[in-house]
Ligand binder design. Structure first.
Ligand SMILES: Nc1ncnc2c1ncn2[C@@H]1O[C@H](COP(=O)(O)OP(=O)(O)O)[C@@H](O)[C@H]1O
Ligand SMILES: [Mg+2]
Length: 270
């Protein structure tokens, strides 16, 4: 569990995160949503310690990360996996070398142990037998999956994904979302995802924190968001007439007035 308590962060005169609090539970996908520039990345960087908040606290499983000494923080950092925006793979390294990188950095395992672990996580993201390929030879969705494999190779307790669907088509986005959700429950990870993708919100939003101009404007689950009367949130999430209609349809489904029309549980990775 990650607790965010009254975090504030300014750059010069400009307050970017304004007194934000949240509880992000273990085994859940916790989403930070909001328009571009609303503060999602800055908040995520404050949570992982890449930015120091001006005030407030971050607790990892009850331990105050904000007050920790450098060495103690390193212990928590080892438990954090990150999927960076754009994947951030090393272009000159193969898939295998990319995924092995954290193992080389943080473990003293033998080459055989490391290779076994790399193959295990590659299999988990459905990328067996791509070990010797270079990132340039992979599709966008495959690159993200390599990024996910690398993020989970050290068995993290916490997984952070900044806009995991940026640059992907809608179907591949769904596959990536499903993978993130499956991994989260399977390994009981506290997962935090930054997104402005409406599909992700509905598919994996166990907990959703909506940021508007650096403030928490709304929080709740994907079940609750359907029924929200918050105008800013409605305008953001259900912006088009089409999505507005879809929301009304889902409200009817959720209230049991009509049966569920479609589900994506059987989608397979491409
Ligand atoms: N290192 C920085 N220095 C100054 N301003 C920054 C910095 N990083 C982000 N900002 C500002 O903070 C605001 C929120 O940015 P960001 O968290 O990246 O938004 P989002 O991820 O929601 O699109 C923006 O106005 C951005 O210009
Ligand atoms: Mg961002």
């Amino acid at each position: 569990m990650i607790e965010v308590k009254n975090i504030k962060k300014a750059f010069g005169e400009k307050t970017v995160i304004n007194d934000v609090s949240a509880v992000m539970k273990t085994g859940q996908c916790n989403l930070i949503i909001g328009a571009s520039g609303s503060g999602k990345t800055v908040l995520m960087k404050c949570i992982v310690g890449l930015f120091e908040p001006d005030s407030g606290f971050i607790l990892y499983n009850g331990k105050s990360f904000t007050g920790m000494k450098h060495e103690e923080r390193t212990e928590i950092r080892k438990e954090i996996g990150m999927l960076f925006q754009g994947g951030a793979l090393f272009d000159s390294l193969t898939v295998e070398q990319n995924v092995m990188f954290p193992l080389n950095m943080f473990t003293k395992n033998t080459q055989k142990q490391k290779l076994d672990r790399v193959n295990e996580v590659l299999e988990r993201v459905n990328l067996s037998n791509t070990n010797k390929k270079f990132p340039a030879e992979l599709s966008g969705g495959m690159k993200k999956r390599v990024g996910i494999a690398r993020a989970i190779v050290l068995n993290p307790k916490y997984l952070f994904c900044d806009e995991p669907n940026s640059g992907l088509d809608p179907q591949t986005s769904l596959v990536i979302d499903k993978l993130i959700r499956e991994i989260t429950t399977e390994y009981n990870i506290t997962t935090v995802v930054n997104t402005h993708d409406m599909n992700s919100v509905m598919e994996i939003g166990d907990y959703i924190l909506y940021l508007h101009q650096g403030k928490k404007e709304w929080e709740g689950s994907n079940k609750e968001i359907i029924f929200t009367k918050n105008q800013l949130l409605n305008d953001f999430i259900f912006a088009s007439d089409f999505l507005h209609d879809a929301k009304e349809m889902r409200m009817l489904e959720e209230s049991g007035k009509i049966p569920r029309i479609r589900n994506t549980d059987n989608l397979k990775p491409l």
